[in-house]
Design a binder for this molecule. Structure first.
Ligand code: FE2
Length: 302
């Protein structure tokens, strides 16, 4: 497939100071807005040797802005364009200024059938400076696995899931069906996990509308100790816990969840599994989210 990883994430927010504090002092990302000559309405946060991985744009709403998907080459990006055209999905090429603003060589934009905005790009422009975390996070697990994973709403589920698998070439990793009550009349909502590299999932689709445009975004650190240190910083910064520590049954991630300034959750984890040979990987249907932990009821408490 032409798409290789989740390359960057764009967030629209009315809370730029809160994002600066949260991203740097809790998540441990480096604010590189000045280095990238950002205007007063834009924040860039760095995780690794990419110039940045998060862009926060000032807005009057708080919502996921876009997912940026990395391809390996100009031909890879053209393959994405050709696949979109063949499927009749509208897209537009970004201008040279658009590409420069993203620190990439070329990009295109499209929306998925549930309305989430996406970009595909190639040719990250990087000076390979190392991340200098303001709170001493050694590094994040990125590289070929991309920046982490994103879970987005897909109320138009059948069209959206087949768009990602049949048009963009994602593979299905596993699936869940979720109910929030014991009411037999409550329809099950599908939650499908998809891969585009060795990370168990880079994308998940949830069959529900979400006003924030995002269910959660996951970043991974090299050790459970780094996860615990982030949780200590979360407590010190008075950031709301939305899911207790636990280990997921599908990607084996040991993680907790916290509320970002934009209202969706950030999952902060370690020990996520990778899959080298997807041809010999059996898709499974999980009936539980986690082996242990991950009490999400805390997110609904005041
Ligand atoms: Fe997750």
């Amino acid at each position: 497939m032409a798409i290789k990883s989740l390359g960057y994430i764009g967030i629209n927010s009315a809370q730029l100071p809160q994002w600066q504090e949260f991203a740097c002092q809790v998540m441990g990302l480096e604010d590189v807005s000045t280095r990238l000559n950002a205007d007063d309405d834009t924040l860039f946060f760095k995780m690794d040797d990419h110039p940045y991985r998060f862009i926060v744009n000032k807005s009057d709403e708080d919502k996921l802005g876009f997912c940026g998907w990395e391809t390996n080459s100009e031909q890879g990006l053209q393959d994405v364009a050709d696949a979109l055209a063949a499927a009749g999905i509208p897209f537009e090429w970004g201008s040279e200024q658009d590409a420069a603003a993203r620190s990439v060589s070329k990009l295109l934009r499209f929306a998925d059938p549930s309305g989430t905005q996406h970009e595909a790009f190639y040719g990250v422009i990087s000076d390979f400076k190392r991340m200098n975390s303001p709170v001493g996070v050694e590094r994040f697990i990125t590289g070929d696995q991309g920046l982490g994973h994103v879970v987005i709403p897909a109320p138009n589920f059948d069209a959206t899931s087949s768009f990602f698998t049949d048009v963009l070439g994602f593979g299905l990793s596993d699936l869940m069906k979720i109910k929030f009550t014991d009411d037999p009349n409550e329809p099950e909502k599908r939650l499908w996990f998809m891969h585009c590299n060795t990370r168990h999932h880079s994308l998940a689709l949830f069959e529900m509308p979400m006003p924030t445009g995002c269910v959660h975004l996951m970043v991974e650190v090299p050790s459970v100790d780094e996860v615990g240190l982030c949780n200590d910083r979360r407590i010190a910064a008075n950031v709301k816990l939305t899911g207790t520590l636990g280990r997921h049954a599908n990607d084996h991630m040991v993680s907790f969840y916290m509320r970002s300034p934009s209202g969706f959750d950030i999952e902060y984890g370690a020990e996520g599994r990778t899959v080298d040979d997807w041809d010999n990987y059996p898709v499974f249907h999980s009936t539980v989210a986690s082996f242990w932990g991950h009490d999400f009821s805390v997110g609904h408490q005041d």
